[in-house]
Design a protein around this ligand. Structure first.
Ligand code: MLT
Length: 317
């Protein structure tokens, strides 16, 4: 049964803050999820919950930091599909996604949007794709490093449209700095999570062309107007990003239970749900909120994405 919030607050050693490590720059989609979650965890954990950004190498630097942290429950990782994509992409990764972490629950599912610089002379996906084809040698795509969600989506999209020459891809420490360059017109295109793009689209600072989910986001007041890539002829294109919470391997069982109980309270927090849904994200409320469900899901994602990455002929040393 869920420990009561008050009992949790007393039980968990709140003297030291619980740090949620975000393996990307501040201000991006992963950071957004972590800050909203930190807010929702403060009450059930009864203490400080802070966010620390440790960016680099597509998220693997921050992940490594947590894999090597003391397993006392005070250093946790908020990561995403990159946990699975990097497992298939990096040939020499300093950690194993399934064995070097103690899985806690999952947090949310987040759609992605294909967006472009305001300078692009295209307003519909069809015009956009035609423009890309006509200028394929001159287009650059921004992402948050090899194995990031934005990199993975860019890879899948380029494979799906079978461009004769690949685009120049430009890595950033997260899609917050990448977005600044896109809005400024220094880069042309990016595939990024709705938690980061909704405000920019609404503000008219970028052009939006499509969503990456199988079907359009008919339930979202703004994003419902954009077609899915699958509808635009990219057969079977279906990509949703997810975020999960992990600790280093070796968390004491009682600490892991308290953290999972606190996470379950946070995921039911109406404020948290409202914030996430406003940004197009869906808070997880299925068996993936359990450590076993989360780990099994990541295992399946590693296998699925390895095939995608191999098909794209990509790897990272
Ligand atoms: C990514 O994987 O693209 C990251 O989510 C970007 C970010 O959070 O900054």
């Amino acid at each position: 049964a869920l420990a009561s919030t008050a009992a949790l607050a007393q039980a968990f050693p709140g003297d030291k803050p619980v740090t949620l490590v975000v393996p990307f720059a501040a201000g991006g989609p992963t950071d957004r999820v972590a800050r909203d979650l930190a807010e929702a965890l403060r009450k059930p954990l009864g203490g400080n919950v802070v966010v620390e950004n440790a960016a680099g190498a597509g998220g693997t630097i921050g992940a490594m930091k947590v894999a090597r942290a003391k397993p006392d429950g005070h250093t946790l990782l908020v990561w995403h599909i990159g946990m699975a994509s990097t497992a298939g992409l990096y040939r020499k990764l300093q950690f194993n996604a399934l064995n070097d972490f103690d899985y806690l629950g999952m947090i949310n599912d987040v759609p992605m949007t294909l967006i472009g610089s305001p300078k692009l002379p295209a307003n519909t996906y069809r015009d956009f794709e035609n423009y890309i084809r006509a200028n394929s040698g001159k287009i650059n795509l921004a992402h948050a490093g090899l194995g990031s969600a934005s990199h993975l989506c860019g890879l899948m999209w380029q494979s799906a449209i079978k461009l004769n020459t690949a685009m120049t891809t430009i890595p950033f420490s997260g899609t917050a700095p990448a977005m600044t360059n896109l809005v400024g017109g220094q880069v042309d295109v990016m595939c990024d999570q709705t938690t980061n793009t909704t405000a920019q689209i609404e503000g008219g600072r970028v052009k939006a062309f499509a969503v990456t989910t199988e079907k359009p986001l008919s339930g979202h007041k703004l994003l419902k107007d954009y077609p899915s890539l699958a509808e635009m002829g990219l057969k079977g294109f279906n990509l949703t990003i997810w975020h999960g919470l992990n600790g280093p391997k070796g968390l004491p069982a009682d600490v892991a239970k308290k953290l999972n109980d606190a996470l379950k309270v946070a995921l039911k927090d109406p404020e948290f749900i409202k914030k996430q849904e406003g940004l197009g994200a869906i808070v997880v409320n299925d068996k993936r909120v359990t450590p076993e469900g989360h780990k099994a899901f990541v295992g399946a994602e590693i296998t699925k994405l390895k095939a995608v990455i191999d098909a794209a002929g990509q790897f990272a040393d």
